[in-house]
Design a binder for this molecule. Structure first.
Ligand code: ADP
Ligand code: MG
Length: 590
């Protein structure tokens, strides 16, 4: 075929393919137009998967009669004028492509009246061609009806997902816009059944109760950098407490200047804020809005505008990470035990289910009499891991606890101002060691080494390769390991913490950790090694502890940054309130 210019309708369809990929993309574009038009209420109706009919009705500014044809022309927009405007975009649309694209692959009817005009207009297009236009009496605002989507692009039809998938996609989409614009009321009807109604009050919390449900919302913490200076970047919204988590990152929702974005980096910033608070492979739920000067973010990267480019990704990353982390630390609360119908022996057996039974009440009330008793007990504190000499006392993160005893050689029982505390000795010690290790490490202090009588380890070939690749990381963390022959290594030192352990066992465990999950990068390798070192060094379940050891452990746990979970995210302690005890014994109201 000789080279020739494509016919206009072919060009239109090629371009449309970028913007209108599937029914949900039509909903997205029309919704954005309604939002940009200043609507207060938006009704969305979808029939089937949306191919049959999509209707969006808004009460926004409408389109002046003389501009209506223009609105359907490619690259015609009221939102942008000069190229510089591209760097200060505050509207969702700006490319002037959506209406033209949608019209080119469907039958569209638009009825619109702008508030300043007394009559409105209805216009009909089929495959991009105007077939009808008339003046009519209408309320102010715009209603667009899209029917027979992709009627002239049969190839596109083949690639559509199932009706269920598309419906879910559309509902998710509306939920996201509702979260981004709490001041707008959104009503979604699918096959004439109302499936979502949210927003209008201006309060994100109201939207979330509708979108994620009250039970989930109860476990969300507020995030807001309002008072702090993050170089003009404000991060606000909600993030889940560490006992609420999901198997993937899909519940981390981010908006930049009111635009929903997908950004793996920023999603990771949220995940990183939970470092050591969540088990690996578990992810939080978060809805975060990032507001920043529009000139610091480029939204003109992709036709669907779901990706953006930041002038300084690092700055935004750090703002998000710090904001979430701070809210987690500030809101860290002792999970207290709330039993359901049964007794507390059968509830909460699996810590992963504890979100149901845990009532996130932290009582840091004045410890009163407990404090006095506590300080008496505290004399002769026989902590086996002395706090750093001359180090400033760290702030208390738990109420002062009084040691009562140990059960099952695994749990420490303690009393605090608000009731009974059961501490998992292994998990708690892991947390303490982890924070001490990280503190040393952060200060670039060489990790204390313990020299051994040289011991050899013989590994399988793949294990040997893994170990070789991690030798630097291991050396930084206090392991002196050298290659000694084919798949043979000699161990000369281990981190001081592991002085009593079996070095060969530790190294084989580390290799197993490195094999599992396979997260690349030196940082991930170090994290795994550190976690393993702390786990190995921590007292075990089944180990009988002396009163001094238990007191030392409690003292140190009280001053951990995140005393409530071990570095793998499991709880270190369970709280049973005095009220709860009274209730269990039927004493309440007696
Ligand atoms: P863009 O949104 O990028 O400007 P569109 O093709 O989506 O491009 O829309 C073209 C123009 O039509 C918009 O710039 C706007 O002026 C007008 N318009 C479209 N939908 C609406 C609406 N619901 N309310 C008011 N104006 C609208
Ligand atoms: Mg638009």
């Amino acid at each position: 075929m000789p080279i020739h210019k494509l016919a206009e309708d072919v060009v239109a369809q090629i371009a449309a393919g970028e913007v209108v990929e599937r029914p949900s993309s039509v909903v997205k574009e029309l919704l954005e137009n309604a939002i940009d038009g200043g609507a207060e209420t938006i009704h969305i109706g979808v029939w089937g998967d949306g191919r049959r009919k999509i209707q969006i009705m808004d009460d926004g500014c409408g389109i002046p009669a003389e501009d209506i044809e223009l609105a359907f022309m490619r690259h015609a927009t009221s939102k942008l004028d000069t190229a510089e405007d591209l760097y200060r975009i505050l509207t969702l649309g700006f490319r002037g492509e959506a209406l033209a694209s949608i019209a080119s692959v469907s039958h569209v009817q638009m009825s619109t009246r702008c508030a300043e005009e007394s009559v409105g207009t209805t216009i009909r297009l089929e495959g991009g061609t105007i077939v009808n236009r008339k003046s009519v009496g209408l309320p102010a605002g715009t209603t667009i009806t899209v029917e027979q989507l992709f009627f002239n692009t049969p190839a596109r039809l083949k690639f559509l997902k199932s009706e269920m998938t598309e419906k879910r996609q559309i509902a998710n989409l509306i939920s996201r816009y509702a979260m981004a614009y709490p001041q707008i009321r959104f009503v979604l009807e699918q096959d004439q059944r109302e499936v979502l109604r949210a927003g209008g009050s201006g309060d994100l919390a109201d939207v979330l109760v509708n979108v994620i449900g009250l039970d989930t919302f109860k476990n969300m913490l507020e995030v807001d950098t309002r008072s702090e200076d993050y170089q003009g970047i404000r991060v606000y919204g909600y993030t889940s407490t560490p006992n609420l988590h999901r198997a993937d990152r899909s519940k981390i929702t981010l908006f930049v200047n009111g635009r929903w974005i997908q950004d793996t980096g920023l999603t990771h910033a949220v995940v990183q804020a939970y470092h050591t608070l969540l088990m690996t492979g578990r992810y939080p739920i978060a809805i975060l809005r990032i507001d920043m000067p529009p000139e610091l973010v480029d939204v003109n990267v992709h036709p669907t505008k779901a990706e953006v480019r930041f002038q300084s990704h690092e700055q935004v990353f750090s703002a998000v990470q710090r904001a979430v982390r701070r809210s987690l630390i500030e809101h860290a609360r002792v999970p207290s035990f709330r039993t359901g119908r049964g007794s507390f022996t059968d509830a909460g057996r699996d810590w992963r289910d504890t979100s149901r039974q845990m009532d996130m009440e932290l009582d840091l009330r004045d410890p009163g009499q407990h404090a006095v008793r506590q300080s008496e007990d505290a004399t002769g504190d026989g902590s086996e891991i002395p706090e750093g000499l001359g180090a400033p006392a760290r702030p208390r993160t738990l109420p002062m606890l009084r040691l009562v005893g140990q059960i099952a050689a695994s749990y420490i029982i303690a009393e605090g101002p608000a009731g009974l505390y059961l501490i998992d000795q292994h998990a708690a010690h892991e947390r303490i060691l982890y924070e001490q290790f990280m503190a040393d490490y952060a200060q670039q202090q060489t990790v204390a080494q313990y020299a051994l009588e040289a011991q050899t380890v013989h590994l399988s070939a793949p294990e040997a390769r893994l170990l070789e690749a991690s030798l630097d990381a291991l050396a930084r963390l206090g392991f002196g390991i050298e290659p000694f022959g084919p798949n043979l290594f000699v161990v000369r030192s281990v981190p001081g913490m592991l002085a009593d352990g079996d070095p060969v066992e530790v190294i084989t465990s580390i290799i197993q950790d490195l094999e599992a999950g396979n997260t690349p990068g030196q940082q991930a390798i170090e994290d795994k090694i550190i976690l393993r070192v702390c786990k190995t060094a921590a007292v075990k379940a089944g180990q009988i502890l002396s009163v001094e050891q238990m007191q030392g452990l409690i003292r140190q746990l009280e001053r951990c940054d995140s005393p409530l979970t071990c570095p793998h995210g499991r709880p270190t302690l369970i709280h049973i309130s005095s009220d709860q005890l009274a209730r269990e014994f039927g004493r309440l109201g007696v």
